[in-house]
Design a protein around this ligand. Structure first.
Ligand SMILES: C[S@@+](CC[C@H](N)C(=O)[O-])C[C@H]1O[C@@H](n2cnc3c(N)ncnc32)[C@H](O)[C@@H]1O
Length: 209
């Protein structure tokens, strides 16, 4: 999914207020973190949009599974260390005072077993008193199937129309996205069945004993 869409990710999510979200995260860190340090890891960091603000206050590193997303993040933040890894299995030498996993990226692991594995693995990289901030997937009570959504980008050399439908397949709730992406050389249609994190889903916070 992100291999095909990485180059357009920031354009597609132009409406997302990363600055405001980072400010909220900073407030939570000030309130809840118990460890003394300021070493932060953003797991599933994507193109590094939260990192743009978080790096002003913390010693930040990023981690993501997608080489294409990481390529963009590294270009935007040559001053930040990025790791390629899977949230369910990455192993880093460092321990962190704060680990974030935002925009419902945890939803990509799809099963409860892998979700538990991811949370355990993230927790194992926290310092004692360190804080985990996890933005969850939509709860079953809040997920409504059959909702049609629309988003667009209208720039001189880039037009994107995205239509999505919310669906339920067995135990998995997801969005089916159809992208029409027009550039001066071609128009491509990309269809993906996967999740998207909307804002306002709440946050889970955990402090490591
Ligand atoms: C919705 S994007 C969120 C990116 C970023 N946190 C943001 O708020 O813009 C989800 C990200 O999760 C990454 N991802 C998906 N599965 C992953 C996994 N198992 N381990 C690490 N990253 C993963 C994708 O490559 C993608 O960059």
């Amino acid at each position: 999914m992100y291999r095909q869409l990485a180059d357009y990710y920031d354009e597609i999510y132009h409406f997302k207020n990363y600055r405001k979200e980072a400010e909220k995260i900073e407030t939570l860190i000030e309130q809840d973190k118990k460890s003394p340090g300021d070493h932060l890891l953003d797991v599933a960091c994507g193109t590094g949009n939260h990192i743009a603000y978080l790096k002003q206050h913390y010693k930040v590193e990023g981690l993501d599974f997608s080489p294409e997303m990481l390529r963009i993040a590294r270009k935007k933040h040559p001053d930040v260390v990025f790791h390629r890894g899977d949230m369910t299995s990455f192993k880093l030498k460092n321990r962190f005072d704060i680990i974030t996993c935002l925009f419902s990226a945890i939803g990509h692991v799809r099963t409860k077993t892998l979700m538990r594995k991811a949370v355990r693995n993230i927790a194992s990289h926290l310092e004692p008193g360190g804080l985990m901030i996890l933005e969850p997937w939509i709860t079953p009570a809040n997920f409504h199937k059959g909702i049609v959504g629309f988003n667009s980008v209208d720039k001189p050399n880039l037009k994107i129309a995205r239509i999505n439908i919310s669906k339920v397949r067995g135990p998995i709730s997801a969005f089916e996205y159809h992208y029409l992406i027009g550039t001066p050389s071609k128009v491509q249609h990309i269809a993906v069945f996967d999740g998207e994190g909307l804002m306002g889903r709440g946050l889970y916070l955990g402090v490591k004993p």
